[in-house]
Design a protein around this ligand. Structure first.
Ligand code: C2E
Ligand code: MG
Ligand code: MG
Ligand code: MG
Length: 278
């Protein structure tokens, strides 16, 4: 009987595995189609000055308008897309689309685009960026690329050469999710980032966890000594914003100001001109 049960379990296991790989095949096929049919949209979240709350720029965040499903968040498909080559197509679309849209904003503010690790190693990355800038007419200094430590870890020397080339185009580079990956300080030493973004996980626990607070302080001190602006991610409460102001963190993003939104909606839409002095 034990043997029979074992066989049954293993059959169930095989079926589960089969179903999983079937789901993956469907997802992969749907993503390929999504690229062809342009089912993606970019939502934008403002980055503000901690002191005045003036908008300093917008981060572009991808969403997938999946037929029959609705709006799918990047957490549900980016990692998957990264494991295949689809990420190259999706990533390229993001760069072109963000540049195209930003070039039309009345505000003239900058746009930040997230790059995946794979995209970062794409030998065509530089020419893609150059072409997107040329076609859209967006000034290079208005484009910022966000990369994570994970994208850099594989080969610091190669990575810093790629970054160097990107910076030669006049584009800005931010280190995203700082503190969560390998947080090798040699990234910061070997490469001149235009900004460092403190990961949301530290901001959300800053008020209750002394360790998070110490880490936030350490990153802010590092930024200030190296003269690299530090941006706090995921600020949700006035308390957090006040703490950041006290600690001289000059810029932040978060639901407190606005969730990422489609280009057309609301007061924080990049479409709308902002009063930079306010
Ligand atoms: P990220 O670049 O660190 O983006 C910040 C994420 O935090 C976004 O999630 C944003 O909606 C969310 N967020 C911002 N403020 C708050 C807040 O106050 N509270 C909370 N709880 N969340 C906040 P989203 O849009 O789901 O994106 C998740 C991740 O997916 C991004 O993290 C980025 O790594 C990746 N991603 C998004 N768009 C792209 C893209 O176009 N290309 C690539 N390669 N990755 C992307
Ligand atoms: Mg980001
Ligand atoms: Mg981030
Ligand atoms: Mg993140």
């Amino acid at each position: 009987a034990a043997k029979g049960a074992g066989r049954r379990t293993s059959r169930l296991y095989d079926e589960a595995l089969h179903e999983l790989s079937e789901q993956k095949r469907v997802l992969e096929a749907d993503l390929v189609r999504a690229v062809e049919r342009k089912e993606f949209v970019l939502h934008y979240q403002p980055k503000v000055c901690t002191d005045t709350r003036a908008i300093l720029g917008y981060e572009a965040l991808i969403r997938w308008n999946r037929p029959g499903v609705g709006l799918v968040m990047p957490g549900e498909f980016i990692e998957f897309a990264e494991r295949s080559l689809i990420i190259q197509d999706i990533g390229r679309w993001c760069i072109y689309e963000a540049c195209r849209e930003a070039a039309q904003w009345e505000s003239g503010l900058s746009v930040s685009v997230n790059l995946s690790a794979r995209q970062f190693m794409d030998p065509n990355l530089n020419s893609t960026i150059r072409d997107a800038l040329r076609r859209s007419g967006l000034e290079p200094e208005r484009l910022e690329l966000e990369i994570t430590e994970t994208a850099l870890i594989q080969n610091i020397m190669v990575a810093s050469r790629i970054l160097e080339k990107i910076k030669k185009l006049g584009v800005k580079v931010a280190l995203d999710d700082f503190g969560t990956g390998y947080s090798s300080l040699s990234f910061i030493q070997k490469f001149q980032f235009d900004s460092i973004k403190i990961d949301r996980s530290f901001i959300s626990t800053m008020g209750t966890d002394r360790k998070s607070q110490a880490i936030v302080d350490a990153i802010l001190n590092l930024g200030s000594s190296l003269e690299i602006p530090v941006v706090a991610e995921g600020v949700e409460t006035e308390d957090q914003a006040r703490e950041l102001l006290l600690r001289k963190c000059r810029e932040f993003q978060g639901f407190l100001i606005s969730k990422p939104k489609p280009i057309e909606t609301g007061a924080f839409s990049p479409r709308v001109a902002v009063d930079k002095a306010s």
